[in-house]
Design a protein around this ligand. Structure first.
Ligand code: XMP
Length: 543
């Protein structure tokens, strides 16, 4: 049983942001009340795909607050609990009489049925997987759909009798009340999951709820977002200067492009080159910013300093800490040289906002007590005690929305669809001491890997694909001569969120091509091995 009180503790923090938003209401707002389902965030993303703005809030958000925010409709997510369990999460009863349109999904449906006088049976067996949904009423949430659709079921409990005023809208072979509704009160519920891809027409159901039941208007578009953000950034920054630290990834590049559009030369971008970027990457970033975007660009070549600090260091955590600390120190020193810079732009995204407001083990987020596996370092994690006012224009956006925004702002595809690259860069892919020579070896190897993976059409299918330079040399034979050279491990994984990952089953021919090219083209490598470990128990990066 999970402790749902966790969810409420940080509620006020989150409200500030939401109320702020509501006060300047420009769009219809749908709220997903989160009961801890795996798919809650996905529901919010689907609503936004309908171009209607959507927020995720804890399940016990007071109705008065929801009303103050002027919400147009509510979606109740699924969750791991059973509605009759003692500590199961509940909503304020006033929600049902609020007049707000509501769509309950799975647990949300069961709660609605139980609270309004129906009943729910605790199932001993779970119904899990694809099912055929037979539609009995093709109005409201099923408007425009045919007689039957494929849907995805994942539930143990089932609604067995309906509250007064409700009727069955769809059923499956196993479940009578697969979808139910009270049209007059605009209360609807589905037992299946319309948000997942295994319900291929689920987006139509969400659209129907949003457009027909809630009368939502599709005004949440990238174009509008850009216009509104520009106004907000201008109002916040005024005539002052703003600094943006670049990593070369999609978030910081998109933030920079957006802020530049708003305040032009008041923006300076700083790129600290630690010396561990991939081949030509630093040069490409500089070119993009200075030539294409024409943004004031401070390229800080700090490689020498970083290599010095890492001399003789091979323990992964020490390496990470040294890189993180030096990054912050360099940033502070260099920022001070730029004169008065009251604002700092950051690429914080919506999932970071939710995660810091709602941390619950039920959602699989890292709990505070979790053991530290690796000390992460990234450009987002700048000094906490610096006297900057943060500007975070992406804090409402999901990653896919950032990519769309970046494209619209002219960020090249190479950056938009770049695989994740860790803050400490190649330094944590060189096992043992990091030296300029070893970085150069890995840069060449990495370049071969990326180009072959791209050529074979696997780059976007893989979460990451990279090389790791090992601290061992092995014997080989080349042109009748003995060699004693480095070994490279090839690491290619599939994943959806990096929390878990699997090694990619790449075609042998592709592995052969990569291996051949590496040993033929890199004079320092005579052996390539393929990493076939999943996460857990391994991690994606080797350090
Ligand atoms: P692991 O190795 O923990 O990595 O399975 C999970 C994901 O995180 C990335 N990673 C980092 N990203 N700063 C980052 O911004 C870091 O210090 C860092 N370390 C690991 C890694 O590439 C993978 O996608």
């Amino acid at each position: 049983m999970y402790n749902y009180r966790h969810l409420t503790q940080k509620i006020s923090l989150f409200f500030d942001f939401v109320i702020n938003f509501a006060m300047q209401k420009k769009h219809d707002l749908i709220v997903v009340l989160d009961f801890g389902a795996q798919y809650s965030m996905l529901i919010a993303r689907r609503v936004r795909e309908c171009n209607v703005y959507c927020e995720m809030l804890p399940y016990d958000t007071p109705v008065s607050e929801l009303k103050k925010m002027g919400v147009s409709g509510i979606i109740l997510s699924g969750g791991p609990s059973s509605v009759y369990e003692k500590e199961s999460p509940q909503v304020e009863k006033a929600l049902w009489e609020s007049g707000l349109p509501i769509l309950g999904i799975c647990y949300g449906l069961q709660l609605m049925a139980k609270d309004l006088g129906g009943s729910v049976k605790q199932g001993k067996k779970k119904e899990y997987g694809k099912a055929t949904l037979l539609i009995d009423d093709k109005t409201n949430i099923f408007a425009g759909l045919g007689d039957q659709i494929q849907c995805w079921m994942s539930h143990g409990d089932t609604v067995v009798s309906l509250p007064e005023g409700f009727k069955q809208l769809a059923h499956t072979a196993n479940t009578n009340f697969a979808a139910v509704g009270n049209q007059e009160k605009k209360l609807f519920g589905v037992q299946f999951h319309p948000e997942v891809v295994h319900t291929p027409q689920g987006i139509e159901i969400i659209k129907n709820f949003v457009y027909i039941v809630c009368s939502g208007k599709p005004t949440w578009t990238t174009k509008n977002f850009i216009e509104e953000s520009i106004k907000d950034i201008k109002a916040t920054v005024g005539k002052e200067k703003i600094l943006c630290a670049l990593s070369g990834g999609v978030d910081s590049t998109t933030v920079a492009a957006l802020i530049h559009k708003a305040v032009g030369d008041q923006l300076t971008c700083m790129f600290i080159d630690q010396g561990f970027m991939r081949k030509n990457e630093a040069k490409k970033i500089e070119e993009l910013f200075t030539k294409k975007f024409k943004i004031k660009f401070a390229h800080i070549d700090a490689a020498k300093k970083f290599f010095e600090k890492l001399k003789g260091v091979s323990e992964p955590e020490r390496k990470r800490r040294i890189i993180g600390e030096n990054f912050i120190r360099t940033f502070e020193e260099e920022a001070a040289k730029l004169g008065k810079m009251p604002f700092l732009a950051q690429g914080t995204l919506y999932p970071d906002v939710i995660e810091s407001a709602v941390k619950t083990p039920a959602k699989g987020y890292h709990s505070k007590a979790a053991a530290r596996i690796k000390t992460h370092h990234n450009v987002g994690g700048l000094p906490e005690d610096m006297q900057f006012q943060l500007v975070e224009p992406l804090r409402k956006l999901f990653k896919d929305e950032v990519r769309k925004l970046g494209r619209e702002l002219g960020v090249p595809d190479e950056i938009i669809s770049r695989q994740p690259f860790p803050g400490p860069g190649l330094a944590i892919r060189i096992i043992g001491e990091v030296t300029p020579k070893r970085v150069r070896i890995l840069q060449e190897v990495d370049d071969i890997i990326v180009s072959e993976i791209k050529k074979a059409g696997f780059y976007r299918k893989l979460w990451q694909s990279f090389g790791v330079l090992l601290p061992i040399r092995t014997v080989g034979v080349m042109g009748d001569k003995r060699t004693y050279l480095n070994t490279v491990a090839l690491r290619c994984v599939t994943s959806s969120d990096a929390m878990t990952a699997d090694w990619a089953r790449l075609p042998y021919d592709l592995l052969e091509q990569i291996s051949n090219r590496i040993v033929n083209e890199s004079p320092a490598v005579n052996r390539v091995v393929y990493d076939i470990s999943s996460k857990p128990p391994s991690t994606i990066e080797w350090e």
